[in-house]
Design a protein around this ligand. Sequence first.
Ligand code: TXA
Ligand code: MG
Length: 320
Amino acid sequence: MEIISNPTVDEIKGAARALKNGHLVAFPTETVYGLGADATNEYAVSRIYTVKGRPVNHPLIVHISSVSSIENWATNIPDYAIKLAMQYWPGPMTLILPRKEIARNFITGGQSNVGLRVPSQTIALALLKEFEELGGLGIAAPSANRFGAVSPTTANAVEQELGAYFGTKDLVLDGGPCLIGIESTIIKCTEDKPLVLRPGAITRRMIQNTIGDSLEPIKSFETSRASGMFLSHYSPRANVVLNEKPNPGDGFIAIEEFDTPIDTVRLMAPIDSTQFAHGVYEAFRKADLLGLTRIVIIPPAGDDLCEAIIDRLVKSSGHS
Ligand code: TXA
Ligand code: MG
């Protein structure tokens, strides 16, 4: 595996060729780093599952370069989904839509729906455009971590997670730290109304403002699909607990205005929810690097992004 820092246009073209030849390319997005493969190449996609150690019935998000590519992959697209796509793509939002044949069972986990996203990160978009120039239709990319572990928000973290599992011709594109830091909002668009399966930086209020309608309450797809089999998700090795009294030696995460409890290790002191989301996964990695056994977190409160952050904190604490 080769890591390419701040890739040039030629290097991005090379990465697109590597994808077309069936290799894996990890790349930055505005949310977290993705582990990419040609979404129409069954063998390449099977390697994503091997490298991640992920159960094969878990569907993958197909990344495309623009709204206009939506029709390659999806059919019977509801009007509200078109509105959302027009408003928030490129951006941190995944739409689950009725699939076309090109979205095979090895992408959708055998379901009749496909997840699509147009990322806004410059390198990701350039890679998608170059890939399409070569005749590619989409890049399947889950977060570039081992199954159940913390999503990577830096190329270094990708290497820590997956370095031991990559092949010699696989690539990692290093575009620096991800802007947002937590995964995209996933919205199921197969019924009369959209359903948020995973909250993210495209908040419920934003969705409501766009479709002018009220949303169903959030149901956690990721938990229901795993049906209790995988208790930990987004988890560091350290035990994550929320709102508990810290013991000496614990890691501590809270917004800046909370003082660091005595004898604890302050892992992060973000000024607001945006900084909290941006830094939380790196703070988890830091805790593991320091060999901490417990992280006490005071979740942020106050704005719409907090819903997504709290979702991840609760999941990383092993509860659902
Ligand atoms: O921000 C993100 O979404 C990142 C970046 C790389 O784009 N990707 C990401 O992928 O978080 P992943 O695979 O780690 O999480 C995607 C979630 C999984 O829980 C998967 O089961 C669900 O989306 N998903 C994907 N396709 C689906 C589908 N057709 N129906 C229901 N859920 C789906
Ligand atoms: Mg993931």
